[in-house]
Design a protein around this ligand. Structure first.
Ligand code: 5GP
Ligand code: SF4
Ligand code: MG
Length: 460
């Protein structure tokens, strides 16, 4: 998911609209914006809907969302939970006023907290784990900031939170900084976003990344920086660097295009293969393919094209059309790959079905050899922190060796970037474990306790 927050900037809704549009790749299922005027009565105005930002918000709708403060959200979830009731920001009325909550991430212990609260009589309106935080805040006898602090201390997981009341905005990042969140300045106000590309797009100036365990409060007194947890080991999600975030974003000061390019260079050093062209699976692997090509001297070519109008919500072709070879998303460029030995760079192999399809597509277009190079280690363990991954059993790398995966995807050769190669390519803080990254889906070393038996469904 993607979150966006605005404080003390006129017309916060239209700013959020452009910001969320820049974060659209983080979630295409639903979008929402809640605004308030922090200088007046702080009354909430909000709108949420299923679909893309540009589909959910028309000019007319945006004009009803008055105020100089806003939080917004784009959502990406597992299929079963894709419904309007779970669209964020979630809005609540409680005895102290209104509460709007937008989050990116996943609360690992939400099921047990929810059960405890339900046993005490709480009625939940959604199946989203984000609702837990609102209940914890509403039940507390402390003031809003104290209550939010207590609530944040109870939850375990990876999350970037934006919580708005009629006169305050709270911004928080989990104690390991698993999910990215940046702060920017615009005039006298502040803008917060999952990725820095969404600051650029509205002309806000990047100030810094929100730090793990930080709790930032904005109100009529300006900004107060506090913490709800000590800085533990920073463990920013490696998959953000590998494929999720946009290449023009920076996370912890590291540009995504550049780090992906270095991943490609590392792959070239670790697993050179003699070939005629290098191609990347669009969009996420183009940077890495450029790096591989630069390092080896093998020309980079656009061997694969992505149809940019295919979203996750797009109607899938029927089985019959699929068998006829209707390719919704990717096509191979025959004149480019025909008769060529191709190195195909991709970011990850999850189930293996995409890779098999692409390798076969290149072969059908006339490639004589297809060598697959992956910019991450084998993805063998599920994520509990908000990246949508299937069950461990469905992860091809959890049960197959690299050679077995190579056979399953019909490649001439297959190589996964080493842990060290990945860590060096990203190049975070040298003193920190894994240079400040979570690599749990590759090494099973989760930065927080996780409940392996729980339904790890993702709320974000
Ligand atoms: P698969 O191997 O499951 O068929 O698909 C792998 C492709 O899915 C990769 O090309 C990658 O871009 C995309 N992908 C990468 N990471 C994830 C993830 O965490 N979840 C899902 N659902 N897809 C991912
Ligand atoms: Fe990211 Fe993998 Fe860690 Fe999940 S387990 S937060 S996908 S690095
Ligand atoms: Mg991909």
């Amino acid at each position: 998911c993607g979150v966006y927050g605005v404080w003390n900037v006129p017309n916060a809704a239209s700013l959020s609209y452009y910001g969320l549009h820049a974060l659209q790749h983080r979630g295409e299922e639903s979008a929402g914006i809640c605004t308030a005027d922090s200088t007046q009565d702080g009354k909430f105005n909000y709108h949420r809907g299923m679909g893309l930002v540009k589909e959910v918000f028309t000019q007319d709708v945006l004009e009803t969302l008055e105020g100089n403060a806003a939080i917004g959200h784009v959502r990406y979830s597992t299929a079963g939970e894709s419904k309007l009731a779970n669209a964020q920001p979630l809005i609540f009325k409680y005895r102290k006023g209104d509460l709007a909550v937008a989050t990116n991430g996943n609360i690992v212990n939400a099921p047990s907290i929810r059960e405890e609260l339900e046993n005490l009589g709480s009625i939940f309106q959604t199946s989203s784990d984000t609702e837990v935080i609102a209940h914890l805040i509403a039940r507390s006898s402390k003031d809003f900031v104290g209550a939010a602090k207590d609530a944040l201390q109870r939850i375990i997981g990876g999350f970037a939170f934006l919580i708005m009341t009629n006169n305050k905005l709270i911004v928080a990042s989990d104690p390991h900084g698993l999910r990215p969140l940046v702060m920017g300045r615009l005039g006298d106000g502040y803008v917060f976003a999952s990725e820095s590309c969404a600051l650029e797009t509205v002309g806000a100036e990047y100030e810094r990344d929100v730090q793990p365990g930080e709790l930032i409060v904005l109100d009529e007194n300006g900004m107060t920086v506090d913490r709800f947890a000590p800085l533990e080991r920073r463990a920013t999600c490696a998959m953000e660097y590998i494929y999720f975030a946009r290449p023009d974003s920076d996370i912890n000061g590291i540009n995504l295009h550049s780090s992906r390019k270095r991943m490609g260079q590392k792959l070239a050093v670790e697993a050179f293969v003699d070939a005629d062209i290098v191609t990347g699976v669009p969009d996420s692997s183009i940077s890495a393919a450029i790096g591989y090509a630069e390092q080896t001297g093998i020309p980079y070519e656009l061997g694969l094209i992505k149809n940019k109008y295919t979203g996750r919500t797009f109607i899938q072709p029927s089985q019959e059309l699929r068998e006829k070879g209707v390719k919704m998303k990717l096509s191979a460029v025959r004149k480019v790959v025909e008769g060529k030995r191709v190195v195909m760079i991709d970011d990850s192999i999850v189930r293996g079905t995409t890779s098999l399809r692409i390798v076969n597509m290149l072969r059908e277009a006339g490639a004589t050899e297809v060598h697959v190079r992956i910019t991450s280690p084998p993805f063998a363990n599920p994520c509990y922190y908000g990246i949508d991954t299937p069950d461990r059993r469905e992860l091809i790398a959890s049960s197959k060796t690299v050679e077995e995966i190579r056979q399953a995807i019909n490649a001439d050769s297959l190589y996964f970037l080493s842990h060290e190669g990945l860590i060096d390519a990203v190049g975070g803080n040298e003193g920190a474990k894994n240079r400040g990254m979570c690599l749990a889906c590759f090494d099973n070393d989760y930065p927080t306790p996780v409940d392996f038996s729980s339904d790890k469904s993702c709320s974000c």
